[in-house]
Design a protein around this ligand. Structure first.
Ligand SMILES: NC(=O)c1ccc[n+]([C@@H]2O[C@H](COP(=O)([O-])OP(=O)(O)OC[C@H]3O[C@@H](n4cnc5c(N)ncnc54)[C@H](O)[C@@H]3O)[C@@H](O)[C@H]2O)c1
Length: 307
């Protein structure tokens, strides 16, 4: 399995590469970046640790080197400023993302290639990756609310004095301002979290989750470790055809009455990319939250699709 990370010299891309290296599961990792020197430096640093990590081929590459990839992960883009919404990034990142896709259009990519979109606004760029590149929707995943759900689970664990890996809780919808917490199905090892956490605690944890990205940007400049682990979780589910059910972004074709828009609902992820999209029964207010995300994303799509 060859994974290319476009934007791999940046913080998110290089942290994802490190998470992939620590697991040692993918055979080849290529770091591609407009700043070629930075990508080469990150690849070199990773390569130096190879003897203690795994027998992988880790190297920097130009964009043409992505052609024979089994999975292309795109993290190229600009970060949010602390007071900027992810959707505000749109005007700055859409043209950058289109230029990457324009280059990919000139190349003979593997027809089975899976795309993992990470750059923000991720849901909008996931749709762009499908519609502008003309790539099969099933083969395009966006990181979506996986990072938000991971943060949510970890913060629930911290607040309740519980083990993070035994918290099952989802954030669905948009990776952005309209993200929706799903308390109806949230459990700690099967015990409903509604019974373990007071309404005030629930509200506070969701508030912290929503603000988590901006807080990390304010304190250290940008998110890295948790997003890197989230990216590796998706890539490993593809690599090993694990069929993990993950809250990642994909193009909707019916669930909760939604079509065309890309957003996160529980999704089975395997070697083919999106293996199935699940639409579990949720509280009406949770479904309304996901539908509000769809409206916000459609509005943004309307603004950019004409450009
Ligand atoms: N989806 C998520 O959950 C999530 C989480 C965190 C960050 N992000 C997004 O990831 C993106 C990257 O964030 P970061 O912190 O790594 O930023 P960064 O500035 O550290 O890295 C971005 C990299 O992209 C490179 N780049 C720019 N244009 C390029 C091009 N045309 N081709 C190849 N490389 C190019 C830059 O040289 C830079 O190294 C941002 O859009 C950010 O908002 C998404």
């Amino acid at each position: 399995m060859k994974v290319s990370i476009i934007g791999g010299g940046g913080r998110v891309g290089s942290n994802a590469a490190f998470a992939l290296q620590c697991a040692g599961l993918v055979r080849e990792i290529a770091l591609i970046d407009a700043n070629a020197d930075l990508a080469a430096g990150e690849a070199l640093d990773l390569l130096h640790g190879a003897a203690l990590a795994g027998d992988q081929h880790i190297h920097a590459s130009d964009l043409a080197g992505a052609a024979d990839s089994d999975l292309i992960c795109i993290t190229a883009g600009l970060r949010r400023k602390p007071d900027e919404s992810r959707l505000d990034l749109i005007n700055r990142n859409v043209s950058l993302y289109k230029s990457v896709l324009d280059s990919l259009k000139t190349m003979r990519l593997k027809t089975s290639c899976i795309f993992l979109v990470v750059s923000n606004p991720v849901d909008v760029l996931t749709r762009l990756n499908i519609e502008y590149l003309g790539w099969p929707a099933k083969q395009v995943l966006g990181l979506g609310t996986l990072l938000d759900s991971t943060r949510f689970r970890s913060l629930i664990a911290q607040a309740g004095g519980l083990p993070p890996t035994q918290i099952n809780a989802l954030i669905l919808g948009e990776h952005g301002d309209t993200m929706t917490p799903i308390w109806s199905t949230a459990t700690a090892a099967g015990v409903p979290l509604m019974k373990l956490l007071s309404p005030a605690q629930q509200a506070e944890i969701f508030k912290q989750t929503q603000a988590a990205g901006a807080e990390v940007i304010r304190r250290k400049g940008g998110a890295g470790y948790a997003v890197g682990l989230s990216i590796a979780e998706v890539i490993h589910s593809v690599t090993l055809n694990r069929q993990r059910i993950l809250p990642v972004s994909s193009q909707m074709n019916g669930p909760y009455g939604l079509k065309k828009v890309c957003l996160s609902v529980p999704t089975v992820v395997g070697r083919g990319g999106v293996e199935a999209v699940l639409a579990p029964e949720l509280w009406p207010k949770e479904i309304a939250g996901i539908q509000a995300s769809a409206r916000a994303l459609e509005e943004t799509w309307g603004k950019i699709s004409g450009k």
